[in-house]
Design a protein around this ligand. Structure first.
Ligand code: PAF
Length: 288
């Protein structure tokens, strides 16, 4: 039987000490990869860290539940937090540096500068969560400046987030290569998310409808359907059969520009959706 090697990750909680460590890393000529997370790590996060370990000699994983990306009535207080389990999971992957700052460290009382992207961030999730991308870009921009990584790795489940970050990097010349990895799914197809922990057994069953509707849409496209309206009508119809599921949006968009597509271009169009399963907000998407 092979034993899992557990190497305790090196944890930093303040910016100055982390930066001291990273100065030494850079002096040794080591490539730095950043994996920003809000903790409650699942297989999707771990896949990002595994990729980082392959690509760079220094891997920095950040765990920070960023208050600036939550709206006033959202789940900031109840967002799952389990530092001990997260550190154990990371330690099993290899040698990882973990940055776990407190809120005061990232946002001192007089903090007043934000990053706002004015185009890609305004549709899709930006409609129902108007504060979200401003909060994400502000924290990701800060982490880029603190860590100064060569590469940063994000999940495709948050396709709009990845596109908006990529745009910020280009517009503001961050000089970080962004790598996006495919969504990791549960056996039943549900996209992995820290928020899946909120789902009861009954809600969890209903939540499967999201990925099932995406797979059905992909099948339609494989069979030659190109009309966005037909695909959206089918997805809406499938989801409407689940009484706990309330669709927030379902849109076919271009994978890069996030512009809505009237005609599906296989390989270039993305079907993205967000839905409530009772009080739990989930997102998912599929390349058509
Ligand atoms: O995707 C997430 O977990 C967060 O939005 C991120 C990128 C870590 C910023 O807080």
């Amino acid at each position: 039987m092979t034993e899992t090697v557990f190497s305790e990750p090196q944890v930093f909680r303040d910016i100055a000490t982390l930066q001291q460590h990273l100065t030494e890393v850079r002096q040794e000529g080591r490539k730095v990869a950043l994996v920003p997370t809000m903790g409650a790590l699942h297989e999707g996060h771990l896949a990002l860290v595994r990729k980082a370990l392959k690509e760079a000699q220094e891997v920095v994983v950040t765990i920070f539940v960023n208050p600036k990306q939550f709206g006033p009535n959202e789940d900031l207080a109840s967002y799952p937090r389990d530092e001990e389990t997260d550190l154990k999971a990371l330690g099993k992957l290899g040698k990882v540096t973990v940055f776990i700052p407190g809120v005061e460290e990232m946002y001192p009382g007089d903090f007043s500068t934000f990053v706002d992207e004015a185009q890609l961030s305004k549709g899709l999730c930006g409609v129902s969560r108007p504060q979200f991308f401003r909060g994400v870009l502000t924290i990701v921009g800060k982490l880029f400046n603190i860590v100064r990584p060569d590469i940063a790795i994000f999940g495709q489940k948050d396709a709009q987030q990845a596109a908006v970050i990529q745009k910020m990097v280009r517009d503001l010349h961050f000089g970080v290569e962004i790598i996006t990895l495919p969504t990791v799914r549960e056996e039943d197809g549900l996209a992995m998310s820290s928020r899946n922990q909120y789902l009861s057994k009954a809600q969890r069953e209903e939540a499967q409808a999201l990925s099932k509707s995406l797979f059905e849409a992909k099948e339609m496209v494989e069979q030659g359907v190109r009309s966005t309206d037909r695909v959206i009508a089918e997805v809406t119809h499938l989801l409407a059969q689940h009484r706990r599921v309330r669709l927030i949006y379902a849109q076919v968009i271009d994978t890069e520009t996030l512009e809505p597509c009237r005609e599906i271009v296989p390989g270039q169009s993305l079907l993205a959706l967000a839905a409530w399963v009772d009080q739990v907000r989930l997102i998912d998407n599929i390349r058509l």
